[in-house]
Design a protein. Structure first.
Lengths: 668, 214
């Protein structure tokens, strides 16, 4: 009846997961109860959960990402504490099977459920606004994507309380992840959660490529798109090309585990190196899926706060697309030690080094954008400068790793761990934090506190360097990754420094929530009245903050690059806005519970598959598909926003803008 | 299905434009956006199959002492399968022509024929699979057979999904008539069905033809 699921799946004998899950369950129930009794449920349901508004969905993605950042960081600090404690004679406080789950969960959560939702959330919020349109190509599918991602996150976190998580690292390499060596449900949690969220990500890719290529404001030709839209396009093209490979690879491993196939097993002719090749054909583009949008964010930020157009816009576009293509030609550098031979290794080594060229082009473009500009040192700008310093260094250690003989020495060592944290924290995390601070006023109508924001930046910056520079050293000493116990006591000082670094990062996370609470509390004196708090250059700053549901009363007519900047300068010069257009009623897509219902059934199906409850799995699968048949049956697709409402909102915006314009022209 | 008569895409109520090919005259109409997005999805599906093809190619000789391709495949059976599937693509095209003319009986009839031909294809595939498993050449036998069953089976799963989709489309046309959104969905269905043909041609060549070379 319940497959493999019994009471023994609950970790009654392990205090750490038991107490943690108790606290989480109480907290979640508490929040739900509060929402219910305060009567917020209808609001949440109508305005957020079932919303097809790209801005709302973007915010939900980022909320998910911040929650998962906390979860992933909890894993990180436990690892750092364990390694600092378990040196020499001491065994630390985490048994090996628990420690293995923690590093696997840390990597899985941070990449799939923190970095991906954060980046996709920012794209969701910003791209349609920057393109000057009202929503993405497929608003309902967008909602489905979000909820499928959330479903995957739910399953991963459920493994804390029911059963166990994988002990096989964030990519579950066989043969260790095969049934013979990992008979528990841990790897199944990993596989099922990633399959479900992977579908969500693929749909996001389809949605955004269609949006960017087919739905743009009049006059917004390709080479007038903001760079963030270009990097989002590149990132989503990579999603379409790479995520199906992940789906296929994980499906093959599932067939091995569930039905006794022989793809990656040691017997039956299986070949585990095939898994390495397949997973990294997805895995390498994946890091560019994350970093390219971050590059886009830095481009927007550096141009806005230098008060200059981006230097070398076209070279930026070409560099982005070059990275997009090259990212598919380097996967083998993740396992030079496979023994493919000197010729194959050299080709992949050289291809990897080639990526440094377009990346270098970008770094110089950002530097030259600042050169001669009037740079304002705001929080997003801090992150951008911190990124340029940190990422360039991390990139250089990447070039070192791309040299096969060096890679043979430091393969799977802490040197590698330090390298990829260097580029992911220095690149992706700094990027999304810059984007979060930069676009926050657009989403909520008030800015985040600058002082606390700068403190957060310094905590991240100092914390990162303290936490990971020692790992480079230890890696060169020969420390391999994923060690639950450190035999050599002379490594102790380096591990202590790394722990202190992790504590700094913890302070950064705490301050992030303090900043949020403080900024909400003092929002009345930090209102963004004009909708353009940073003197921006792209179209998202044309509309009010927060934007109306339909973004723009009339789709903006785009002339030249920097659509909004041109328009703003003309208005200041002539001291008047463009002529009032003829407003029309606007059709917007209706909200729909399809996404959340589909994700509910997908979660049920996933849970049942993990625990071999076959009747429930079939029920879940049928439910998840049937909801779309039901959805296809609907007769109403859109609701109309009456012209009266559109006109009233637009006139209010024009009034605010006119006031602002007079202030500007008086001051100059 | 002409672009000019379509309701424009999300939220665009004025200035709906002629297609310039570059899409720089404002958002495209739904009749362009929906099939375009679906094409991208089909491309991603083809990427998925390419991973399975690569797996098959690298494991085809990993037979673990078990049967090899020449001993298993029957060209005549596969020929019938192929003819059924290619014909079903043709009848799917006829259904689309009938749908364009809003011809209810024609559309429904050709969709039924398409579905039946798909069913013939699936039955032959199932027969092939069951007889192979009965001979002891099931997917658990060797890495080669795992790869074979997965590649061909994944195509079979797609055909099954296509059959279910044909069923729901027939019901939608029956209940709602040739509404623009439903005709767009029908177009997506036909893209999907043709894509399955393309993938089958590759399977036919790489798995069966090369596999039965003397």
């Amino acid at each position: 009846m319940f497959g493999k699921l019994t009471w023994s799946a609950i970790p009654f004998d392990q205090p750490i997961p038991l107490i943690t899950s108790m606290i989480v369950i109480v907290a979640v129930l508490g929040v739900l109860a509060w929402v219910y009794w305060k009567g917020h449920l209808p609001y949440l349901w109508n305005e957020w959960i079932t919303s097809t508004d790209h801005k709302r969905i973007g915010v939900m993605y980022i909320v998910l990402a911040l929650l998962m950042l906390v979860r992933g960081f909890a894993d990180a600090i436990m690892m750092r504490a364990q390694q600092a404690l378990a040196v020499g004679q001491s065994q630390g406080y985490l048994p090996p099977e628990h420690y293995n789950q923690i590093f696997s969960a840390h990597g899985t959560i941070m990449i799939f459920f923190m970095a991906m939702p954060f980046v996709i959330g920012l794209m969701n919020f910003v791209v349609p606004l920057q393109l000057g349109v009202r929503d993405v190509a497929f608003p309902t599918m967008n909602n489905v994507s979000f909820w499928l991602t959330a479903s995957g996150a739910l399953l991963v976190n459920l493994s804390l309380f029911i059963g166990e998580f994988a002990q096989t690292g964030w990519l579950a390499f066989p043969p260790l992840s095969e049934k013979a060596f990992s008979p528990g449900v841990g790897v199944d949690y990993y596989l099922v959660a990633l399959q479900i969220s992977g579908v969500g990500t693929l749909l996001t890719g389809v949605n955004f490529v269609t949006t960017i290529l087919k739905i743009r404001a009049p006059g917004m030709s390709y080479l007038r798109m903001p760079v963030f839209c270009w990097t989002s396009l590149a990132s989503n093209l990579l999603i379409i090309a790479a995520f199906p490979v992940l789906t296929a690879t994980l499906a093959l491993l599932m067939l091995d585990r569930y039905l006794g196939f022989h793809f990656f097993t040691n017997d039956g002719g299986g070949n585990s190196m095939l898994y390495m090749n397949l997973i990294w054909i997805w895995g390498h583009p994946e890091v560019y899926i994350l970093i390219l949008p971050a590059f886009g964010i830095f481009s927007e930020v550096v141009s806005t706060f230098s008060g200059k157009p981006l230097f070398g816009y076209r070279s930026m576009v070409f560099a982005t697309l070059a990275i997009c293509i090259l990212s598919f030609m380097v996967w083998l550098h993740h396992f030079f030690t496979m023994g493919a031979g000197a010729d194959v290794n050299s080709i992949f080594g050289i291809a990897s080094m080639l990526i440094a060229i377009p990346t270098g082009v970008k770094i110089f473009n950002w530097l030259f954008t600042m050169y001669g500009g009037r740079v304002r040192f705001t929080v997003p700008m801090y992150y951008t400068l911190g990124f340029m310093f940190t990422f360039a260094m991390g990139g250089l250690t990447g070039v070192l790793l791309a040299i096969p003989p060096i890679d043979f020495l430091v393969h799977n060592s802490l040197f590698l761990v330090a390298h990829f944290h260097h580029v992911i924290i220095g690149g992706v995390v700094f990027g999304v934090m810059a984007g979060y601070t930069y676009w926050f006023p657009k989403a909520f109508g008030f800015t985040l506190d600058e002082r606390i924001g700068k403190a957060i930046f310094w905590c991240w910056f100092i914390g990162f360097h303290l936490a990971f520079m020692p790992l480079y050293v230890l890696g060169l000493f020969g420390a391999t990754r994923r060690m639950q116990h450190i035999a050599d006591p002379t490594w102790q000082p380096w591990l202590d420094v790394a722990l202190v670094g992790a504590l700094f990062i913890m302070l950064a996370l705490v301050l992030t929530f303090v900043q949020l609470a403080y900024s909400i509390k003092t929002r009345d004196r930090r209102r963004d009245v004009t909708g353009d708090p940073w003197d921006g250059r792209t179209l998202e700053w044309l509309t009010l903050s927060p934007p109306p549901h339909y973004n723009f009363a009339v789709l903006p007519d785009v002339h030249g690059e920097e659509a909004y900047w041109t328009r703003k300068q003309t208005a200041i010069r002539e001291d008047q806005l463009i002529e009032e257009p003829n407003y029309q009623p606007i059709e917007m897509p209706l909200n729909t519970p399809t996404g959340v219902i589909c994700a509910f059934f997908a979660s049920v199906c996933g849970f049942a598959v993990i625990w071999h409850i076959w009747w429930l799995a079939i029920l879940g699968l049928v439910g998840a598909c049937a909801i779309f048949v039901w959805y296809a049956w609907r007769d109403e697709h859109e609701h109309i926003i009456p012209v009266k409402e559109v006109r009233a909102n637009a006139r209010e915006r024009r009034r605010i803008r006119m006031e602002h314009l007079h202030e500007l022209s008086q001051s100059t | 299905m002409t672009a000019g008569t379509e309701a424009p895409t999300v939220g665009l109520t004025h200035g709906a434009s002629e297609d310039t090919g570059l899409g720089n005259r404002g958002p495209q109409s739904k009749s362009i956006v929906v099939p375009y997005g679906f094409w991208l999805f089909v491309l991603s599906d083809i990427v998925l199959f390419s991973a399975l093809f690569a797996t098959y190619a690298s494991l085809v000789h990993a037979t673990d002492g078990g049967p090899v391709t020449n001993q298993l495949f029957d060209r005549r059976l596969v020929a019938i399968e192929t003819v059924a599937l290619l014909l079903s693509s043709f009848t799917c095209g006829l259904a689309m022509i009938a749908a364009k003319r809003h011809h209810m009986t024609g559309t429904q009839a050709w969709l039924v024929v398409t579905g039946l031909l798909g069913l013939v294809f699936l039955s032959i595939e199932l027969y092939e699979f069951t007889s192979m498993i009965a001979e002891g050449a099931g997917p658990q036998r060797s890495a080669f057979l795992s790869a074979f069953f997965t590649l061909v089976g994944c195509h079979g799963v797609h055909v099954t999904a296509g059959l279910l989709w044909i069923g729901t489309m027939m019901a939608q046309i029956w209940a709602k008539g040739f509404r623009q959104d439903i005709v767009r969905r029908l177009l997506c269905l036909s893209i999907f069905w043709h894509a399955l043909d393309i993938i089958w041609v590759a399977i036919f060549t790489i798995v069966y033809l090369i596999g039965t070379l003397p």
